[in-house]
Design a protein around this ligand. Sequence first.
Ligand code: PMP
Length: 457
Amino acid sequence: MTVLADLTTSTEAFEASSTDVLETSSAEAFRSPSTPAFATPPTQVFDNRESAVRSYCRAFPVLLSSAHGTTLVAEDGTEYVDFFSGAGALNYGHNHAHIKRQVVAHLEGDGLLHALDFHTAAKREFLDRFGREILEPRGLHHRVQFCGSTGTDAVEAALKLARKHTGRTQVIAFSGAYHGVSRGSLAATADLSLRKVAGTHLGEVTHLPFPVGPRGAFPTMDLLEQYLTDDLSGVEVPAAVILEVVQMEGGVYRIPDADLRRLRDICDRYGIVLIADEIQAGCGRTGGFFSFEQAGVVPDLITVSKSIGGLGLPMSILLIREGLDSWAAGDHPGTFRGNQLAFVAACGALDLWQSQAFLDQARDGAELLRAFWENHPLPGVEVRCEGHAIGIDLTHAGGRQAADAVVAWCFERGLIVESTGRDKAVLKLLPALTMELDVLRHGCELIHEALRTALSR
Ligand code: PMP
């Protein structure tokens, strides 16, 4: 069967079940606070056997066993509405029926699962469709490099390629940035406590203040120009500038479009590779498919992971602008660069991007979120809305203590939401793009009630 025939078949199957696109849980999933949220799950094996490094399970002490749509189900049957979405890896919710069908069919048909970087049918379909349906319509003519399984692998590849291409070593990153925790990416990550754990020197990255942050606007591009034009600045012309257009772990801050365009111009003038890390902000999370689209800027290298794998399957890619693919064959190997099941799931997710029902729902959800938080201001609380990423900043309204209280209060009532940013004082709402509007509204109401309760203390 040709690729085209394959595509037709999958599209037909998709249309026949287009209601699946909208599948989610019902708003009734929320509990009365009197119901215990979790009945002492048997978690001893984790305490006894698992490394102390585990973290999310400490904030959310529940033993999860299944999930559907935007609902997580604990082993004891307790349900949780998911405003966390696997830290952005589940933009299409859990076990999306349409995507799952493609994956199950691949398994049932003994489709290849592991193939390093062999040519395979599943990879061909993904490459062909991703190029035609996502990249080309956005004027992006990038090549695709398949990296190891997780986000940091794409960041490592990007930094290494930028260095190889330019022959320079230095990189500029930004305060507030998160790019991963392997050695190269950790050097670009700004979190000092994470950096400390490296136990070694994390050199060759200079952090500049992000143009927007808790202290307001900063003339970063002026500073960068000054560094680059002053031969006594102490800052070498770098191989790359790496940024999250919307800093997510940093507390949901979007770089102003004008600053991003200026950064593009500076990079052009000095031959600096501009790397956009779309690992968390991409795949529709903050508006368009990519967070940089609205600024009309084309980055040289783009890292994509998390939700690209459709169902939360591991996948990590680097998009490489024409003329920058300076790799020689075999320069950057890795055993798990070809997760075939993730390619299949990724194609299932691409079907959603062809569905008007999905696009309408995502647009309506983002609009609902923006309208809700604009219409429900709270004293001292700043709310930053970027599509389906909402940062509720409690820095000046109770700080970390209030944020922790809201997280715990919501968890007890059946909603999972996390805190992030400086001193973990920013609540970060990451509902799936497929969350039903009434669930989304009820979730926001619950979080708002939690905020009122925490702030009244
Ligand atoms: N970049 C960004 C922007 C991220 O948010 C993350 C993960 N939170 C990473 C890189 C690293 O991805 P991973 O944890 O999959 O290595």
